[in-house]
Design a protein. Sequence first.
Length: 419
Amino acid sequence: MRVLVINCGSSSFKYRLFEMETEATLAKGLVERIGAPGTTLKHQATGKDPYQAECKGSDHTAAMTAVLEVLTDPQWGVLKSVEEIAAVGHRIVHGGERFSRSVLVDEDVIQYIAALSELAPLHNPPHIMGIRACQRVLPGVPMAVVFDTAFHQEMPPEAFMYAIPYELYEKYGIRRYGFHGTSHKYVATRAAELMGRPLAELKIITCHLGNGSSVAAVKGGRSIDTSMGFTPLEGLVMGTRSGDIDPAVVPFLMNKEGLTAEQVINGLFNKQSGVLGVSGLSHDFRDLEDAAADPVKPHRRARLALEMFAYRLRKYIGAYFVAMGGLDALVFTAGIGENSYEMRARVCRGLECLGIILDGERNRVRGVEAEIGAPESRVRIFAIPTNEELLIARETADLIAGDSRAAASAAVRAKKTEF
Ligand code: AMP
């Protein structure tokens, strides 16, 4: 079975085609600058040269058409016909309170995702454009939606509620939703496989550390708490986002700087804060690590930003250790978690009291799956490259299989009633 996974942004369209029997990537690519001059398609079929071309048309349907053309191109493609695509899986950022798992797409599901646009204005509307584009270009092909929020939907109320008047939760759905759920679920599942133990009996803390960062407490295969909240602004220090901050700073800054609430939240706290804001240098951890380690003139604020990032994460790890009543494994993933052994070491320094002891040598790896804890560490420690697309493909394939099983048994039932 071949499953096409799609991740649609307002101006970008990422895709990856999987062969599910082997879980191999057959091809992947990206359409960039949708809606602007110079829309380009970058494509790579496994084992072939990369291909790049200008894209005709300037909307998501044109992007999807270009993707199908290149996937079936004799030179650059991997398919003889689009009919080989058995299903499409869409990544959706916000699934609200209704979806605690992935679902097949129907009009009701689309309308619900559209209604959630108020909570995810940058993400859900382009996701809908992607779904509509597929409906136009691949009519009749089943589609599934896999939500970033779904994995966290089983958090208990004491973890997801904010201590504000309860009516505001009922009226507006103000609560912790959590994000990066697909990544947390993928790496927790993989850690259990590497440990050779059932996920259902493990307590795992997963640290997704990338441009956006979040940490989750995964107990018995369920996320019981996570650091991102109502929006992806809460929690850890990030590349350009402040993470946790006293909300009283918002009106204070509005008064002092003559800003609107929108400017404080979206301008300052989302785009100019985090390690960029503290260091004044860069949001990229490679730049910060280089600057902080400069043998002649170490960059003081770059170092402070890195220490703040590590300290905030350490506090969450301590909190989640207590929330789960212990810990079997600590997992690092995403751009920083997979690549920066310096940051992994910085985070683990001071966690020895919890039985978390990193092995200096084993930790010196980038971008590979590795066990990096010391032999005497009570908690096993892993670096695991995330693979959200594969999890989306798996869940899509499972839903399609479930649906055809359900259809087959419905057909059997219908036949029985005919007699
Ligand atoms: P992501 O959002 O998962 O793609 O992560 C992107 C971030 O990972 C970048 O902003 C970098 O800060 C960080 N990153 C990538 N490679 C490295 C590396 N070798 N060392 C430190 N940080 C890295």
